[in-house]
Design a protein around this ligand. Structure first.
Ligand code: ADP
Length: 202
């Protein structure tokens, strides 16, 4: 593969000396550097307020760094502005703590959305959505609305939506927070199968 040297894997995400100060001067991140390579799964841990959600927001471009650079593959996120922000977001699978499901859309439609935005054919969309719902134990819930689901089921719909488009990177903010231990273990097994299939996990 072009660009591979010294047996190094390709970089999927890189933080170079990133600092983030929110208005008011509070430092959420200071001088953070790390890299996620293709085929890797990394865990970020830290106490509440350590800056984990801020990290996610910088990757998703809902916040900008005060200093330093965030690189997604070859893309310097500093240069991603305007309508390109939406295009960038389609390439990163994000599992939010608060799910962010569309309340007036069914489970199926919520999960199908990233594929519809990509212009995928309906038949292919249905096949992929049903396959991922099945894997996450949601096969029987595809017609339900988010409000009709338990917190754990909503969490799994959020995960389904994030992985359905097989993104290069999946970023999950406390993805097993609302799940019982058995389900948590199943989700972690699913996540750990992703790097080998081309999705790095943070
Ligand atoms: P974590 O996800 O690890 O709990 P956060 O990234 O949410 O941490 O928060 C890191 C720090 O930044 C905290 O001290 C928090 O109060 C502060 N912070 C987060 N978001 C904002 C914001 N929008 N405005 C000001 N301060 C914020």
């Amino acid at each position: 593969m072009k660009g591979l040297r010294h047996n190094h894997r390709m970089s999927v995400l890189r933080f170079d000396n990133v600092s983030k100060q929110y208005p008011g001067g509070h430092a959420a991140l200071s001088d953070v550097s790390f890299e996620v390579k293709a085929g890797e799964m990394l865990f970020v841990t830290g106490h509440s307020g350590a800056g984990k959600s801020t990290l996610l927001k910088l990757i998703h471009l809902s916040e900008r760094p005060s200093r330093g650079a965030v690189l997604f593959g070859e893309r310097n996120l500093m240069k991603v502005r305007g309508r390109r922000v939406a295009l960038h977001r389609r390439e990163v699978g994000v599992v939010f703590q608060d799910h962010r499901l569309l309340p007036d859309r069914s489970v199926f439609e919520n999960v199908a959305l990233p594929l519809i935005l990509r212009g995928m054919r309906r038949g292919e969309i249905a096949r992929r959505v049903r396959s991922v719902l099945e894997k996450l134990g949601l096969g029987a819930r595809e017609r339900a609305l988010p409000s009709q689901l338990s917190a754990g089921e909503q969490q799994r719909v959020g995960i389904a939506r994030a992985v359905v488009s097989e993104p290069q990177l999946l970023v999950a903010d406390e993805p097993t927070g609302n799940l019982d231990p058995t389900l948590s273990a199943e989700i972690m097994t699913l996540f750990s199968s992703l790097p080998a299939r081309g999705t790095s996990v943070l």
